[in-house]
Design a protein around this ligand. Structure first.
Ligand code: UDP
Ligand code: MG
Length: 309
């Protein structure tokens, strides 16, 4: 018998816990036939509602259900990391509890592992039902990211991914504090099969990601997988030196030809504000990298466990 671990990060999802379990039961005969046992690991990411209680109810009737509760909300990335560490399976799949990652795809995904792929990833081809502004910025992010990073990050890729033990161990060997899983998947490599599906709307409850949270998350992604922004300061420096050089020549030439070196203070004010803006912007970029280096150096744990059942 081999084992498939289903890792489910859950944050304030009391309404979805049981529904998710029911959906998994529907596909379990497929795995029974293949002599594969299942374990469902709900990672309660410091929920303030009855998420943990709901999981315990399931646990009371089904030993295959496990609960890992954090001491507070550490974020989805931490929940994914904890789940991968905890999973004992020969195969591991990551899934959202809100059923936006359709469990019905699992048998198909598994068939690709049998064909020899190391991991099977999923990608939404539509963003139906998502706010337009959010889709726009998401697309922009993926375009920018793929320009400035060597690691491929696929537009519309979900965290819904089925992996062999070898891939899981590779991901776990990355112990960094700022975890941007979408990038880590690409970074570790291996033979990956992509499956596409139409966007599914959330089962119950609301999304946990505000626009602002997503924006900060995108900066995490950029700093974790590219150092290109750090070059911005150097490039701007060269550009401004060049501009200043031209300006000096123009000013000298004008003084010699027309005898008027000054063109008033408004131009000076504009130049000073422009350059100080650029300087602060570049300093900010350096700050983003510095703050993340600071967090890495502290080596704090990615999450803390309150309960492990
Ligand atoms: N989640 C989590 N911790 C958080 C935020 C979200 O574990 O701090 C979980 C959430 O319960 C869900 C998954 O991550 O299972 C995806 O979250 P959500 O559906 O809110 O995001 P969206 O699908 O809208 O991007
Ligand atoms: Mg969702």
């Amino acid at each position: 018998m081999s084992l498939l671990s289903i890792v489910v990060p859950s944050y304030n999802e009391e309404e979805n816990i049981a529904d998710f379990y029911q959906e998994i039961l529907k596909i379990s005969p497929f795995f029974e036939e293949k002599k594969i046992e299942l374990e469902i690991l709900y990672i309660d990411d410091g929920s303030k509602d009855g998420t943990a209680a709901e999981v315990k109810k399931l646990r009371a009737v089904d030993e295959r259900v496990h609960l890992l509760s954090f001491s507070r909300n550490f974020g989805k990335e931490a929940a994914v990391y904890a789940g991968l560490q905890k999973a004992k399976g020969d195969y591991v799949v990551l899934m959202d509890v809100d059923l936006q990652d359709p469990p019905s795809l699992l048998p198909e995904m598994f068939s690709y592992l049998e064909q020899g792929y190391d991991s099977v990833a999923t990608r939404r081809v539509t963003r139906k039902g998502e706010p337009v502004i959010r889709s726009f910025f998401a697309r922009l992010f993926y375009r920018l990211m793929n320009k400035i990073s060597k690691t491929e990050i696929v537009d519309g890729a979900r965290d819904y991914r089925l992996m062999t033990r070898q891939v899981v161990d590779a991901i776990l060997s990355i112990t960094e504090y700022n975890r941007f899983t979408k990038g880590i998947f690409g970074w570790v490599g291996f033979e990956t099969k992509w499956i596409e599906f139409e966007n599914v709307e959330r089962n119950k409850g609301e999304t946990k990601w505000s626009f602002w949270k997503l924006f900060l998350y995108s900066i995490d992604g950029i700093t974790a997988f590219s150092t290109a922004p750090l070059a911005v300061a150097s490039i701007m420096g060269v550009v401004f030196c060049f501009a200043a050089f031209l300006l000096i020549i123009v000013t000298i030439a004008r003084k010699m030809l027309f005898g008027d070196p000054t063109s008033g203070w408004p131009s000076l004010v504009c130049i000073i504000s422009l350059i100080s803006g650029v300087q602060l912007f570049c300093l900010g970029i350096v700050g983003q990298y510095l703050s993340r280096t600071y967090m890495e150096v502290k080596r704090r744990p990615v999450y803390l466990i309150k309960e492990d059942i």
